[in-house]
Design a protein around this ligand. Structure first.
Ligand SMILES: Cc1ncc(COP(=O)(O)O)c(C=O)c1O
Length: 492
């Protein structure tokens, strides 16, 4: 096996990510073949002159993504079945005009010098998620796609194809999106989330990610400070960093972002108050009011990412920050990725009235508007009552799955497992006290066909040990019970 790995302490990309890049690239380029052993963490730490913990973190990511596998007694090797279906044996050539697969591999190369600052900042974006192939895959963020009412969706789509004229194929008039959809969303948000807005403030985006990119482009100048939750959502971090923001990680406790740890100056505060990502903390009313008043005094905007608040199981819903905001400082973001399906790439934002025009212009410049057909189908799906019906079903389903997961953890781990997070969402955080380090737990789990990930990657500061993220949205109750039993056996 010919393997040369290097890390560069001068790069902004963390060392464990550089290691991840190097190994992944070697696997994809065929320099490491399925079944090849990778160096032990001890020997690699010695040869690269970095800590074993850093090596372990890099390996952990590759294990959880299915590039590496651990075989008890014989160390860690390249998986026999790789997550990327088009592994090319020849070394790939970096090309900026290449397709997405080339781009994915791009971050392992040193970037050319003549790129924009934005492009140079993209070096921190990596780790494109590859779905683990584990049969019991507790990946977070995966809705139960099997339950999606495909027939209804198909029927609505066909209806538009059948009756739609050429206007369906033309550019849409308003970059903010199809007006009836914006009206339906404004109505839904007012009923379900106590959001106060009219349809002129609603902008249809290609998911949360485009909303975050728009916010970063419009409000963040190079050197501005953006405060965000730590641990927190990686893609928000990347979007702000790409614009040159300085990040100020604010710790999270059981009530969400610790508002008294915020400091001025700050341009923007990114929060997930209804179900903190990833800890699951729910910010109570008093802290919401404290945050709003602090932001007003600091002249800061708040970005409220309400990504999965539809899935609350019991307890009184707490009104959105947006609905409590009298100072027009909150930009509210929601998505259909969890409610419906992520490849739909439709989400929405509600912006303060004074910002509506500039967001409209930026959306036009970015991509004219989101796809018209899908927007129309979605409008019917909402106005004909399918959305709220689907959400009711899914709430019951996820609640049962969550119950099954907590029960299985209690049965197999007893007091060695502590579950964190309110009863909401599609994932939970668990403190699993075993005699193994995180990487070893993940390795053993993967070996037993169970995909789990550690919470470490979401921290900018030091992460607590033994903490794992378990998604349950995409697994049946039977799979959950069996998966946790296998996990317990694997780490016994
Ligand atoms: C905190 C958070 N926001 C938003 C999203 C959804 O992003 P998008 O709408 O771009 O699919 C996710 C998905 O996992 C998330 O974890």
């Amino acid at each position: 096996m010919e393997l040369t790995l290097t890390v560069d302490h001068n790069l902004e990309r963390p060392l464990h990510c550089q290691l991840y890049d190097g190994l992944r690239e070697a696997i994809l380029a065929g320099r490491l073949k399925p079944g090849d052993r990778v160096p032990s963490t001890r020997s690699l730490a010695q040869s690269l002159g970095i800590s074993r913990a850093t090596i372990t973190q890099g390996y952990e990511q590759l294990l959880s993504e299915g590039y590496l596998q651990a075989v008890t007694g014989s160390g860690t090797s390249v998986c026999r079945e790789l997550p990327d279906d088009a592994v090319r044996p020849a070394a790939f050539k970096p090309s900026l005009s290449g397709g997405s697969r080339t781009d994915e591999r791009q971050h392992s190369q040193r970037a050319p010098k003549d790129l924009s600052e934005f492009a140079a900042n993209l070096s921190i974006v990596g780790d494109f998620r590859c779905r683990s192939k584990a049969p019991f895959n507790f990946a977070e963020g995966r809705p139960s796609l099997e339950e999606f009412p495909m027939q209804q969706w198909r029927r609505l789509m066909l209806r538009h194809f059948r009756h739609g004229g050429p206007e369906l194929l033309d550019y849409a008039g308003d970059p903010r999106g199809h007006r009836p959809l914006r009206e339906a969303i404004a109505g839904y948000l007012s009923r379900a989330r106590a959001v106060e807005c009219d349809s002129d403030q609603v902008i249809i985006t290609n998911g949360t990610q485009q909303a975050l990119t728009l916010v970063a482009r419009i409000l963040v100048e190079k050197g501005d400070t953006v405060a965000l939750e730590d641990p927190g959502y990686l893609s928000a971090r990347y979007a702000f960093r790409a614009e040159g923001a300085k990040l100020n990680p604010i710790p999270v406790d059981t009530l969400g972002m610790e508002v008294d740890r915020l400091s001025k100056p700050v341009k923007l505060i990114y929060v997930t108050p209804s179900h903190q990502f990833p800890t699951g903390a729910v910010m109570p009313l008093a802290r919401r009011l404290e945050l709003l008043s602090w932001a007003e005094s600091a002249g800061a905007y708040i970005v409220e990412d309400d990504y999965d608040s539809e899935f609350r199981f019991g307890g009184r819903p707490i009104p959105s920050l947006q609905g409590l905001d009298a100072a027009e400082r909150v930009l509210y973001i929601g998505t259909f990725s969890k409610m419906l399906f992520p490849s739909l790439r439709l989400g929405y934002m509600v912006v303060p009235r004074g910002l509506a025009q500039v967001f409209k212009q930026a959306k036009w410049l970015m991509d004219r508007h989101s796809p018209s057909l899908e927007q129309r189908v979605l409008t019917d799906f909402i106005t004909e009552g399918f959305l709220e019906r689907h959400l009711r079903r899914m709430r019951t389903l996820y609640n049962r799955r969550r119950g099954a997961l907590v029960e299985a953890l209690t049965r197999h781990f007893g007091d060695k497992a502590t579950v964190f997070g309110e009863s909401a969402g599609m994932h939970l955080v668990v403190d699993l006290r075993t005699r193994y380090a995180n990487a070893e737990v993940i390795r053993r789990a993967a070996d037993a066909g169970v995909g789990i990930s550690s919470i470490e990657q979401y921290y900018l500061r030091r992460a607590p040990a033994n903490r794992f993220l378990l998604g349950y949205g995409g697994l049946s109750e039977g799979q959950i019970a069996q998966g946790i039993r296998r996990l317990a056996e694997a780490v016994r």
